[in-house]
Ligand binder design. Structure first.
Ligand code: SF4
Ligand code: SF4
Length: 429
């Protein structure tokens, strides 16, 4: 079982923060191979492009360099990483032995199809056992909708929801508590409830989003998940010319495309829904970050802490095996990750151009500590003036502690999360 590091009080982290940096994160896209049909993603199986995969030797070199750089979190992403299951297991083991404390990966759940066929339980049991032997800390399973038929049709994976339900207790028995990974989209709560073409009514849109998030959280709890995260709606606007996605996890599909005014209401609804479920499921999404992003879309962009992408966080793509500031700044290759010296990257750089939660959420939370290091008077003044942000931050810090910092190798401690039942009553009465 992995040991939980306190992301703030760990002495190594404190030393990093005192140097004006945050604990590093490296996302390795092992492959862009995929077998799903998600409309929100250009890596879907129907897209005709030559697929790539990173070699084991290259990934080992990246991991060794990451360990040397003091990187704390390495994520293996795709495509669908479990199409290369042997490579994935080997890399998870390798990263753990190299001393990376937080290793993560995820799946679209294709392995959990055909759950009524004989041998399903033993097949999933063997997989869970193998994963449990690695240092894996978090496994996420993608979920797009509270309506199984909608989710399965979006993914092109019939029967997968029932299979995930059957697989979850098997994972729990083997010491792995997977998280549901919601990619926020217009089908989150089922079929879209606002007819297209109608005049935008922010309150009605907010109410729709609230219903959708409530339905989604209730659904994943009922499925047996004990942890959940939300990926904020991502679509790169090619016309803006500002961003060019390194990899294909973007799409112009209307299912994930929201206007600025809609984004405000999506974030507002998420901000208000999270407290209702915090006692029932470990919700990773920090309200501090959701609030900051809501404000950014309301035109208060400087209220958000700048992203650490390209400073402390990096992304390596499967096609060229190069490092980038993130998955969305494709014009800024750093070359090979092992040649990159993160100490020499420009720590003053400021980017707030997308809502990639992998980078924006930790940047927002840890950015507050960096702000205190840079200018304690200004940082304290801002917190004193901004009651809503201050309350969200204080609550997130307490909640993260109660959730054991989202250790996916431990069950939830509902007793520790119980105070959020009361907080919720207070919040809504
Ligand atoms: S979102 Fe994930 S599962 Fe869906 S097509 Fe893209 S890589 Fe595949
Ligand atoms: S905000 Fe972060 S993840 Fe988004 S484009 Fe900028 S560096 Fe990349």
């Amino acid at each position: 079982m992995t040991k939980t590091k306190d992301p703030v009080l760990d002495p190594g982290h404190l030393k990093t923060l005192l140097k004006g940096r945050v604990p590093g994160q490296l996302i390795i896209q092992m492959t862009d191979l995929c077998n799903a049909r998600c409309p929100q993603c250009s890596m879907r199986v129907t897209e005709p492009f030559a697929r790539s995969r990173l070699s084991l030797d290259d990934m080992k070199r990246m991991i060794d360099a990451a360990a040397k750089n003091g990187v704390e979190a390495v994520s293996f992403t795709g495509g669908e990483t479990f199409l290369l299951q042997d490579d994935l297991l080997e890399m998870l083991r390798y990263a753990s032995v190299a001393g990376i404390p937080f290793t993560r990966t995820g799946t679209n759940g294709f392995l959990f199809r055909d759950s009524d066929r004989p041998g399903f339980e033993s097949r999933v049991g063997r997989l869970a056992e193998e994963l449990a032997k690695t240092g894996l800390r978090n496994l996420w399973i993608s979920m797009d909708s509270a309506d199984p038929a909608v989710h399965e049709s979006m993914r092109g994976l019939p029967g997968v929801v029932r299979g995930i339900e059957k697989a979850l207790p098997i994972f729990h028995q083997n010491g792995i508590w997977p998280s549901a990974n919601l990619g926020i989209n217009r089908n989150t709560g089922g079929a879209p409830e606002t007819p297209a073409g109608e005049r935008f009514d922010p309150d009605a849109f907010y109410a729709d989003c609230r219903r959708a998030f409530r339905k989604f959280y209730a659904f994943v709890i009922e499925m047996g998940f004990t942890m959940v995260n939300a990926c904020y709606p991502m679509s790169v606007d090619d016309a803006s010319g500002e961003l060019s996605a390194v990899y294909g996890a973007t799409s112009v599909s209307d299912v994930i495309r929201y206007s600025g005014a809609e984004h405000v209401q999506v974030f507002r609804a998420l901000l208000d829904t999270i407290p209702e479920y915090r006692a029932k499921i470990r919700i990773f999404s920090p309200r501090t970050s959701v609030l900051a992003l809501m404000r950014q879309y309301s035109g208060e962009s400087t209220q958000c802490r700048p992203c650490r992408g390209g400073i402390d966080f990096f992304f390596v793509d499967a096609a060229a095996g190069n490092a980038y500031p993130c998955g969305y700044r494709g014009g800024e290759s750093f070359g090979k990750y092992w040649d990159l010296d993160p100490k020499k990257t420009d720590a003053r750089a400021v980017c707030r151009r997308c809502d990639w939660e992998c980078f924006r959420d930790p940047s927002e939370l840890l950015g507050n500590l960096l702000a205190f290091r840079e200018n304690p008077v200004r940082a304290a003044g801002r917190l004193l003036r901004d009651k809503e942000y201050r309350a969200a931050l204080a609550d997130d810090i307490k909640y993260y502690g109660a959730c054991g910092y989202f250790d996916g190798r431990k069950p939830p401690d509902y007793e520790a999360m119980k105070p959020w039942e009361k907080k919720n009553e207070k919040h809504f009465t």
